[in-house]
Design a protein around this ligand. Structure first.
Ligand code: AGP
Length: 612
């Protein structure tokens, strides 16, 4: 996902832009660049590769200017290259733009501009956009702000745009539709960015720009206008983000920090909501839809990737406790297959970033058909939180590693509370079972802490299997989505092919893969399927497969059969996924690190897929 940062103020822009781009690296990118306006000139520096390479190339250069824009690009139109990197400039070189999103009708606009004599250097939709704004301004002899508003009426797609003008280096103009834009209010300065991470060290006062709004930003003035050109009063919010939350704090990688934060992040997720001592659960974020939920005759859950695995786990929880049919949908499929949605249907949308394009479009479609949309998200003020009728934040803090870890366990904690609260409201769960699960949930953070003590042992296991070509992950019941998640983590971080499967499905095909070169990670923690899992292990061992087994502490049967054993503290099977996924996160992390890969920014991946 692209990242945008911009500055206008009394200080020098370049240092703010450079540090801001580094804070945005976690989003995934392939090139970076900056543009600075001063004295009627616009200087643009951009190149393929890391921000550090851009910084090195600019060492010793004169980077004076109080107005600048910066960008990390994740290629959509045009391959990663210096020329396709942002910022892009207008024909006369006076305007420079950075953009996150996709202009879907850029080809038509490009042809129109070519017919008018424009020439393009790059393959990007963004360069077309800045030429179009230039054309509109010249034809209408209007301000840059007005030209942008007029131009955007013809643009089809999603965007966050920031433009600077060499002839007016005291002003930045910005706009958004479908992707987030945050404006930090400093002392005689304003900071614009795709999220709060480049802003938090300068100010905690922020404004989230709304869709279709245009912002005109000076050092000490912020004007917001809606699509009808009416001035809007900026709604200033207090950031609840700390700088420490986006620093590594001594960990070698953000991913390991995210993993080790999980005892606290799960605790933070439960805090103020779960009171096991008094058998109380409070989910204020969905308080206006309690009756609708109780009366729902089905619940649809849409998500992507890791969030979809959380959705699958929620299906098992909700159906067991609430006896409401649940349909889990890949958002990307749901949005296109013209699903049957009836007024009053409950649609749960799960997303860490709250900016995943497929999930957002799925929500919009469902709302239009009368569904009640409840969002489960990790980012306050995200697009998903604004599109939902109500929702529940996971409070896992900024997840910097591209691979989702702490957000996943926080999602599971929220979904367990959601299912328990709904079951209590419906009277579909016995009081004893309700209290047992509340107490069990309250005890999860401490059990995660215990599990993390096996980090060194898991690193050793990783060293024995890191050169394998394929992995198979198997689980039953609540452990099936965990198997899928473990396989995804390994794929993302180590680039090793891995498949997650329901353990019983192995005999329907995948068992043909089993031989002495195939490590099989099997979730064999104590639950109602334990005996059957033991049989699956025997089938694997009979074919010389290597078994890496996760077992409940005290189990002596499985360790006697497995090649590797990871012991998990006792937990109810409904809650066990929050524990069982931890060793799988660490296994993927250590294999990735031992293979010398960039575990925080894996190749080809973005932290949030804000484009289709
Ligand atoms: C998870 O490790 C991946 N980074 C990816 O599958 C991710 O879960 C997916 O893109 C959904 O993202 P979201 O939760 O922000 O919507």
């Amino acid at each position: 996902m692209c990242g945008i940062v911009a500055y206008i103020g009394k200080g020098q822009a370049y240092p703010v832009l450079l540090k801001g781009l580094k804070r945005l690296e976690y989003r995934g990118y392939d090139s970076a660049g900056v543009a600075i306006a001063s004295g009627g000139q616009v200087q643009v520096f951009k190149k393929k590769g890391r921000v550090s390479e851009l910084e090195e190339a600019l060492t010793g250069r004169e980077m004076e200017g109080h107005c600048g824009i910066g960008h990390t690009r994740w290629a959509t139109h045009g391959e990663p290259s210096d020329i396709n990197a942002h910022p892009h400039t207008s024909s006369d070189g006076k305007l420079a733009i950075v953009h996150n999103g996709i202009i879907e009708n850029y080809s038509q606009l490009r042809q129109e501009l070519l017919n008018k004599g424009h020439r393009f250097q790059s393959e990007t939709d963004t360069e077309v956009l800045i030429h179009f704004v230039e054309e509109v301004r010249n034809n209408n002899r209007c301000s840059l702000e007005e030209a942008l508003r007029i131009a955007l009426r013809r643009v089809v797609g999603t965007y966050v745009i920031v433009i600077l003008d060499g002839d007016h280096p005291d002003t930045l103009v910005a706009a958004r539709k479908g992707s987030p834009l945050v404006i930090g209010i400093g002392n005689g300065a304003h900071f614009l960015a795709s999220d709060a991470s480049p802003i938090v060290e300068y100010t905690k006062e922020v404004v989230y720009v709304n869709d279709y709004e245009v912002a005109v930003v000076k050092a000490d003035e912020l004007i917001l206008k809606n699509s009808s050109n009416e001035i809007q009063t900026p709604y200033v919010q207090k950031l609840d983000l700390e700088l420490a939350a986006i620093e590594k704090e001594g960990f070698p990688h953000f991913m390991l920090k995210d993993i080790f934060e999980q005892p606290r992040t799960i605790f933070d997720c439960l805090r103020g909501r779960l009171d096991a001592a008094h058998a109380q659960l409070t989910l204020g974020g969905i308080r206006n839809h309690v009756e609708a939920l109780k009366e729902a005759d089905r619940i649809i859950i849409v998500a992507c990737g890791t969030s979809w695995h959380a959705a699958l786990t929620a299906e098992y929880m909700i159906e067991e406790l609430c006896r409401i049919p649940v349909e889990v949908e890949y958002a990307s499929e749901f949005r296109y297959r013209n699903p049957v949605i009836r007024k009053g249907d409950i649609l749960l949308a799960i997303s860490q970033s709250g900016e995943t394009a497929d999930t957002l479009v799925a929500i919009e479609g469902a709302r239009q058909q009368g569904a009640i949309v409840l969002g489960i998200c990790n980012v306050v003020g995200s697009s998903l939180s604004r599109l939902s009728h109500e929702g529940i934040y996971t409070h896992a803090g900024p997840e910097i590693g591209v691979a989702s870890t702490k957000a996943f366990t926080a999602q599971l904690a929220v979904l367990a509370m959601f299912a328990l609260k709904l079951a209590r409201d419906k009277g579909s769960v016995e009081e004893g079972r309700f209290r047992e699960l509340l107490t069990g949930l309250e005890g999860i953070p401490a059990r995660v802490e215990t599990l993390l003590e096996q980090n060194g042992k898991i690193a050793e296991i990783a060293s024995r299997y890191r050169d394998s070509r394929d992995f198979l992950y198997l689980g039953r019941g609540y452990n099936f989505p965990v198997a899928l998640e473990g396989a995804l983590k390994l794929k993302e971080i180590s680039y090793i092919h891995a498949e997650g499967y329901p353990a019983a499905e192995m005999k329907h095909g995948p068992i043909a893969l089993v031989d002495e070169n195939l490590p099989v990670v099997i979730l064999a923690t104590r639950d109602r399927f334990h005996e059957k899992i033991v049989s699956n292990i025997q089938e694997i061992k009979a074919r010389k497969g290597k078994v890496i087994a996760l077992v409940t502490e005290g189990d002596e049967i499985v360790p006697s059969m497995a090649d590797e054993t990871i012991r998990i503290p006792e937990a109810d099977e409904l809650l066990a996924p929050m524990l069982n996924v931890i060793p799988l996160q660490l296994l993927a992390y250590h294999i990735g690190v031992q293979k010398g890969l960039d575990v925080d920014k894996p190749r080809n991946l973005a932290k949030s897929v804000t484009v289709e």
